[in-house]
Design a protein around this ligand. Sequence first.
Ligand code: F6P
Length: 364
Amino acid sequence: MKKALVTTGGGDCPGLNAVIRAIVKRAQQTTNWEVYGSMEAFNGVLRSPKEIIKLDDEKVAGIHTKGGTILQTTNKGGPFSWPVQKEDGSWITEDRSDEMIEYLHREGFDAVINIGGDGSQKISYQLFKKGLNVIGVPKTIDNDLACTDYTFGFQTAVDIATDAVDKLVTTAASHHRLMILEVMGRGAGWIALHSAIGGGAEVCLIPEIPYDIDKVLERLNTRYVGGRGFAIIVIAEGAKPIDGTVVARKSDEVGYENIRLGGVAYQLSDQLKKAGFEHDIREMVLGHLQRGGTPIAYDRVLATQFGVKAMEMAINEEFGRMVSFLDHDITSVSLERATEGQNLVNPNGFLVQTAKGVGISFGD
Ligand code: F6P
């Protein structure tokens, strides 16, 4: 029998379980592949005792409707920077990739399917270069992975954010308020842009277009007559003013390398008041609600396509590649290319033009 190992790494994302289920179901249609899962990304392989489970029919039945990941996940550590506590209580990291690869070879794993975002795919590529048969599957609500038009989870996050805009409109209109909705996305403004258009916001602020507070104010003032009116701003967590910096803090969690974004909505609120905005403002940070819960049908379908494709790539021994959705086709790209850049909003692209065409201001 041939063996595939599945891992889910990075932040959880709606659709992860649908990918896992599709991999298992596609493998079941062969006579010579069985599928295993490592718990919490590669931690299951690195821990002692190992946390590797067999993925069979019973384990994956009906999981495509569930959020999160049955394999659990982490965005800390990993085979190249495993955290180790020293006697004095401080932490260092160890590269355990050779030991891990040796173990997987010894145990007869013929393919590793690593489902994750940019950080996870960089790990995929490094492991592939060291001789592991890795296939990447792109995952993130941020939609910021290069070489794929969409990642699964993104449309579910957009739906949740758009629903939040719809709900905030009722309060904004009833109280003559400005409601500021902060959404996720790290360095990419995709969730903000889509939900601003979908929800009909007046202002959308994204990392790709640094904003001028006076231009934002100008647009907001068009919404108020004699003290009455309301407005909605959708701001991406990574947005920043011209000459400003992103609102972020360093995490104190051991092994967590990323900066923690969040709170730009409050900064914007202060800036608007200083700039002379006279009406009531409320801020709302949507946070992790955007990536929890049931994946919408679109993401279940995309995730299922990714899972089937990944298993077929394992069968055909197409390693060192990432599954991708390009030009309405499910295809694959080399991990080298996929990890080179990011998928960011084009400030001159059609979607931004569309938003401007319906009067949305980017503060530019
Ligand atoms: O990358 C996905 C994402 O949800 C970002 O949009 C957000 O900045 C980050 O993860 C939050 O990560 P964590 O769950 O570790 O706080």
